[in-house]
Design a protein around this ligand. Structure first.
Ligand SMILES: Nc1ncnc2c1ncn2[C@@H]1O[C@H](COP(=O)(O)OS(=O)(=O)O)[C@@H](OP(=O)(O)O)[C@H]1O
Length: 625
C-alpha cells in the first residue's frame, strides 16, 4: 500500500535497513547503496536549490528593473503634469478611522454646555498620548484628548509611500511673490527651495455650501481652547465637530505628490475628505464626492459656521501644508489661534502630561534645561523660520513696512475685529497688492519675507541631526514626538518620555504662525486671541470671532460664559524660579518677533492684549533687536 504521507514513508524507509524487503515491495539495498542514494539526493537538492535562488535573483532583478523603468516613467509623467491640475481616477471607498472614545465619567466630572451636549460633542483636552504599551486610548481619569498621536489609519497606510518618495521634489505652484523670489534667485541662501504646494481640491470643484469647516482652531495647546470651543458651540449657527479635536491633517507633506504618482491613493484622499465632513454628524457637512472628478459638495446650511479645534495644528510645522493641500477652500477658511505666555503654557503642559502612574514625576526643571540647551544649540540654525539675525538685518525695512502698515490701516487694530475681519478680509485681499505687501514686510528683504520659509522636511532633518548627538539619551530623545514622527523613525516606545517633552518648543509661536503663511495662507485669515483676553473678556473675545463671520453674537444661555470652562488637567503650584528665568530668557526674542509679526501684518488681532500677554513694550516693537 503506498504511503499516505511523507511521514509514513520515512518511517517505512527507516525500517527497510533492518529487513530483507521494504514494505513497498522494492528490492532490499545495502548500507553503501543507501549512502550513495543520500549523497545523490543531497547533491540534486543543492543544484535545485541553487537554481531556485538564481531564479529568485533574476526575478528580483527584473522587478527592480521594471520598478526603475516605472519610476522614471512616473517621474517623466509627473514633470509633464506639473502645471496641470490633477484629475484622479478611481472609485470612492470607505476609510476606516478609529473613533475617539469618550472619557469614562466625562459628563459627570466635566459638565458640558447644553449646546455641546445636544450636539453629542466631546470636549477634549489636547493631548492624549498613547499608552506606551500600545494599549490605545488612555482611560485614566486624566486622559481625554486625541492630540497628535498620529494613529490615524491614513497616515499609517501612507508610511510606505512616504518612504518610497521621501525625497521627491515638490510640485511647482503659483504664488506670485514666491515665484518672483524664485525667479530672482532670492531666498534664504540655500534655505527655502520649496515651492508652494497646490491644494488638491480645486475651489471650482466645490459648491458654495458647507463643504469645508469655515473655522478651524489651530492652537495652542493649554491656551484655553476647550473654553473657546465650548463658548463658540453655544453661539447660534456655530456648529462644532462631534469631538473637539479631529487631527485631520496628520501625516506627510506630500499628499499631492503621492496622488499624482499613485492614482490608487485618490480614493483614499476622497475618503479622508468625506471622513472629515462626517465629524460634524447629522448637523454637519455630509460631503459627497465624485472620486473621478474630485468634485465634492456638502449640504451644511450656508449660514452656519462648522468648526473644529485641534490645538496641535499650529505647533506641528507639517500640518499647515497638509491643510493647504487638503482643505477644499484653503483661502476661504478662517483660523483662530489663542496665544498664551509660553512660560505659563509650558507649566500647564507639564501638568497635562503627568499621569497618576508616574511614580516619580519627571523633573520639570531637568527637562526644561535639556530642552533649552538643545533649542539654543540647534533651533535657530535649522528649524527656525524667522531668523533673529534676519530680523535684525531687516530692521530698516521693518520700520518702513510698519509705518506703511499704520498708514494703510490694514492690520487689526486695538478695537479687534472690525474692518480686518477674516471674512471681510477677502475684499481686503483684493484691495491689497504691492503697497500692502510692502506694509506687511513680506517684500524681498523685509522682516517677514517669505523667502525665509523653509522646506520643513529638510529643516526637521537638520534639526534632528543637530540634536541627536547632543541629547542626553539619543535613543529616546525628548523631541521625537514633536518633530520626528513624520517618518519611519517614529519610536513608539518613546511615548513614555515624549509626553514629558516639547514644553518650550511648543511656545515658539512666531515661527508657527509664519509657517502658515509659508504654506499659502494669508494673515487676514487668522483671528488671534490671547489667553488673558479670553479669560478677562470672554464675551468680547467670542464676539471677535462672530464678527469676523458677520454673524450676531446670539447666545441663549450665558451661564457657561460666566462660569468659565476647562478640562480637568490644570497646572498647580509655581514653577521653580530658576526654571522660569531660563524659559523667560529663551522666549524673550521670540515673543518680540511674534509681536512684530502680528503688528506688521493684517492679522485680526488686538495688539493691546498681545503686548500684555507677552510682556512686550510697544516701543520695543519698533526698536532694533
Ligand atoms: N476661559 C479661559 N480663558 C483662558 N484660559 C482658560 C480658560 N478656561 C480655561 N483656561 C485655562 O486653559 C488651560 C487649558 O487649556 P486648553 O483647554 O487649551 O487645554 S487643552 O490643550 O485642550 O488640553 C488651563 O490652564 P492651567 O490652569 O494653567 O493648566 C485652564 O485653566
Amino acid at each position: 500500500m503506498p504511503p499516505s504521507s511523507n511521514g509514513s514513508s520515512s518511517s517505512s524507509r527507516g525500517s527497510a535497513s533492518s529487513s530483507s524487503s521494504s514494505s513497498w515491495g522494492l528490492p532490499s539495498i545495502g548500507p553503501c547503496t543507501f549512502v550513495l542514494v543520500v549523497v545523490v539526493v543531497a547533491f540534486g537538492s543543492a543544484l535545485l536549490g541553487g537554481y531556485v535562488v538564481q531564479q529568485q535573483h533574476m526575478l528580483a532583478a527584473s522587478i527592480k528593473a521594471e520598478d526603475v523603468q516605472e519610476q522614471s516613467q512616473q517621474q517623466a509623467q509627473a514633470q509633464a503634469q506639473t502645471q496641470q491640475r490633477w484629475r484622479p481616477q478611481g472609485v470612492d471607498s470607505g476609510l476606516a478611522v478609529s473613533g475617539t472614545q469618550q472619557r469614562p465619567g466625562q459628563e459627570g466630572t466635566h459638565s458640558q454646555p447644553p449646546a455641546a451636549a445636544e450636539a453629542g460633542m466631546h470636549l477634549r483636552d489636547s493631548d492624549r498620548f498613547q499608552d506606551p504599551s500600545g494599549g490605545g486610548t488612555d482611560h485614566s481619569s486624566h486622559a481625554a484628548s486625541n492630540d497628535d498621536d498620529d494613529t490615524d489609519d491614513f497616515d499609517d497606510d501612507d508610511q510606505e509611500t512616504l518612504q518610497d518618495q521621501e525625497r521627491e521634489p515638490l510640485a511647482t505652484h503659483t504664488r506670485p511673490e514666491l515665484q518672483h523670489q524664485q525667479q530672482q534667485g532670492k531666498g534664504s541662501g540655500g534655505g527655502w527651495s520649496q515651492t508652494m504646494l497646490p491644494n488638491l481640491l480645486a475651489p471650482a470643484n466645490i459648491t458654495d455650501q458647507g463643504l469645508y469647516p469655515r473655522l478651524i482652531g489651530i492652537g495652542c495647546q493649554k491656551c484655553g481652547t476647550t473654553s473657546l470651543a465650548a463658548y463658540l458651540s453655544m453661539v447660534k449657527g456655530f456648529i462644532m465637530s462631534t469631538q473637539k479635536e479631529i487631527h485631520a491633517f496628520n501625516g506627510d507633506l506630500l499628499y499631492r505628490q503621492y496622488v499624482n504618482d499613485s492614482p490608487k491613493l485618490a480614493p483614499r484622499l476622497v475618503s479622508r475628505v468625506k471622513w472629515y465632513g462626517s465629524k460634524w454628524g447629522k448637523l454637519g457637512l455630509n460631503i459627497k464626492c465624485d472620486a473621478k472628478t474630485l468634485a465634492c459638495h456638502g449640504n451644511a446650511k450656508p449660514d452656519t459656521v462648522p468648526f473644529e479645534f485641534t490645538p496641535r495644528y499650529m505647533s506641528d510645522l507639517r500640518r499647515p501644508y497638509n491643510m493647504w493641500q487638503m482643505l477644499p477652500g484653503p483661502e476661504q477658511t478662517t483660523f483662530v489661534a489663542i496665544l498664551r505666555d509660553p512660560v505659563a503654557r509650558a507649566w500647564s503642559s507639564y501638568h497635562h502630561a503627568l499621569r497618576p502612574e508616574d511614580a516619580t514625576p519627571q523633573d520639570f526643571g531637568g527637562l526644561i534645561s535639556e530642552e533649552v540647551r538643545l533649542l539654543r544649540s540647534c533651533y535657530n540654525s535649522t528649524l527656525a523660520l524667522l531668523s533673529l539675525d534676519g530680523l535684525q538685518r531687516a530692521h530698516t525695512a521693518y520700520q518702513g513696512a510698519s509705518a506703511a502698515a499704520k498708514n494703510g490701516g490694514s492690520r487689526g487694530g486695538h478695537s479687534g475685529g472690525g474692518d480686518t475681519s477674516a471674512n471681510k478680509g477677502k475684499s481686503n485681499k483684493e484691495a491689497s497688492g504691492t503697497a500692502t505687501k510692502a506694509a506687511m514686510g513680506m517684500e524681498a528683504g523685509g522682516p517677514f519675507d517669505l523667502a525665509q520659509c523653509r522646506d520643513i522636511r529638510a529643516a526637521y532633518d537638520a534639526f534632528h541631526q543637530c540634536m541627536k548627538p547632543k541629547a542626553a539619551d539619543a535613543k529616546q530623545p525628548w523631541f521625537v514626538k514633536f518633530t520626528l514622527n513624520y517618518d519611519a523613525d517614529m519610536n513608539k516606545p518613546a511615548h513614555a518620555v515624549n509626553r514629558h517633552a516639547g514644553f518650550a518648543y511648543m511656545g515658539l509661536y512666531a515661527d508657527q504662525l509664519f509657517n502658515f503663511l509659508c504654506a499659502g495662507f494669508k494673515p487676514d485669515q487668522f483671528i488671534i486671541l490671547t489667553s488673558g483676553e479670553l479669560k478677562a473678556e470672554p464675551v468680547a473675545a467670542v464676539k471677535r470671532v462672530t464678527d469676523a463671520f458677520g454673524r450676531p453674537f446670539d447666545v441663549e444661555d450665558m451661564r457657561w460664559f460666566e462660569r468659565g470652562l476647562s478640562n480637568n488637567r490644570r497646572s498647580r503650584g509655581r514653577m521653580p524660579a530658576r526654571t522660569e528665568a531660563l524659559l523667560r530668557g529663551l522666549f524673550q526674542p521670540y515673543n518680540l518677533a511674534l509681536a512684530r509679526l502680528l503688528a506688521s501684518m493684517p492679522f485680526n488681532v488686538n495688539m493691546t492684549h498681545v503686548l500684555d500677554e507677552f510682556g512686550v513694550n510697544e516701543a520695543d516693537i519698533h526698536l532694533a533687536l
